[in-house]
Ligand binder design. Structure first.
Ligand code: DGJ
Length: 366
């Protein structure tokens, strides 16, 4: 994508391209599904990622997906498609269009097979939040074993957005603690994941972190064998969970949670659970982060709405300085060649309280 031409033409035209589709004659801005090049001319490599806006700059963190894609028949111990862990990328931008590669901020540790950061492990869905009290940048990600049995959270911390991040380790949240909304029925059956994992901590796979207006942090995880989302409170320094958590959407098999707040309400957009294949997104709203959450259905409308325009969400970005405007960030996974996975970014519209996503070939966030 030729971002420079876009800026020149947009500036020349002197127009405000307010979240509107651009005609074919205009230089494109965000073109979902295309290869997006960084300022060095290399394809942006930031999958399953998240965004931090800090002091006037956007920082985009994501999974570096490089090297060979191991297909299920080669990699029998898992049966899924994967690449080796390389680390977490970080790109910066002032305008969401031109991305500078700031490097690998949490590199893999090839020499230590026991490390969570060994190439043979799983590192997915990295998200960075800034803690205003400690002035630290805290990176959370889904840390797993090759067979996805570890189902844990990895945490790293840095003094600056582009690191270097110090890896603190991985853990299962909410050890020996019942969720605040547990019922007697929930506690009964030792074969249910909630009860089975009570002592060693709850499973945590696809995840995101969210910082509320009051500075409190929350962790959303696909838990209980991916069947049920858990929302956990973060400690004041954002480095741990406090033990306060709730189960939401029991049995709904939600992955890829993305959370945002609009006009005092909390919103969730998530996917279903179909590995690297796209499925229909779901949306939900709540007055309190702890729920109750009300499902609002598939936010996508139009052709390919049932497969989220061939993508899976990863984050919802509030556009800085534009209250009420959000970007739905998603991955168009290429399961046969994961490094060639692309990005789908769409503006979120609202019909009443329901978030709505419609395909746009090209649009500008300005
Ligand atoms: C779906 C998840 O959303 C991805 O992050 C990844 O874990 C794939 N499953 C692996 O199949």
């Amino acid at each position: 994508m030729d971002y420079h031409n876009h800026f020149l033409s947009a500036a020349f035209a002197g127009v405000c391209l307010a979240l509107s589709p651009l005609s074919a004659a205009e230089s494109p801005a965000i073109r979902s599904g295309d290869v997006w090049n960084d300022t060095d001319g290399r394809a942006v490599d930031a999958h399953g990622g998240g965004m931090l806006f800090h002091e006037g700059t956007y920082y985009w963190y994501g999974e570096i997906k490089q090297g060979k894609t191991y297909l299920p028949d080669v990699n029998k111990s898992w049966g899924g498609t994967r690449v080796d862990v390389t680390g977490v990328s970080c790109y910066s931008s002032k305008d969401l269009l031109s991305w500078k590669n700031l490097g690998n901020v949490l590199p893999a540790v090839p020499g230590d097979p026991s490390s969570d950061l060994h190439p043979g492990k799983v590192l997915e869905r990295p998200k960075v939040i800034f803690n205003a009290k400690t002035r630290k940048f805290v990176l959370w990600f889904h840390s797993d074993s090759l067979n996805y049995a570890a189902a844990a959270c990895g945490v790293a911390v840095a003094d600056a957005p582009a690191g270097p991040f110090e890896y603190l380790g991985s853990f299962r949240p909410n050890v020996a603690t019942w969720p605040a909304n547990v019922t007697d029925e929930d506690k009964k059956d030792p074969k249910t994941p909630l009860v089975r994992d009570f002592e060693k901590g709850q499973m945590a796979r696809d995840m995101t972190v969210f910082v509320d207006d009051d500075g409190k942090g929350y962790l959303f995880t696909a838990s209980e064998d991916n069947a049920t989302l858990h929302i956990s409170e973060l400690s004041d320094d954002f480095l741990k969970t406090t033990g306060k958590y709730v189960r939401v959407f029991p049995g709904r098999m939600m992955e890829a949670p993305a959370v945002f707040k609009r006009a005092g309400k909390y919103y969730l957009i998530a996917s279903g659970c179909t590995a690297w294949e796209p499925n229909a997104a779901r949306s939900a709203v709540a007055d309190s982060i702890w729920g109750p959450w009300k499902e609002l259905g598939n936010p996508c409308q139009g052709e390919k709405a049932e497969i989220t325009f061939q993508s899976q969400g990863t984050f919802v970005l509030p556009i800085a300085g534009k209250p009420g405007r959000f970007v739905f960030m998603a991955d168009r996974w290429n399961k046969n060649n994961l490094p060639d996975s692309r990005y789908v970014w769409l503006p979120i519209a609202f019909e009443g309280e329901k978030p709505v996503l419609r395909w746009m070939d090209r649009w500008s966030p300005k």
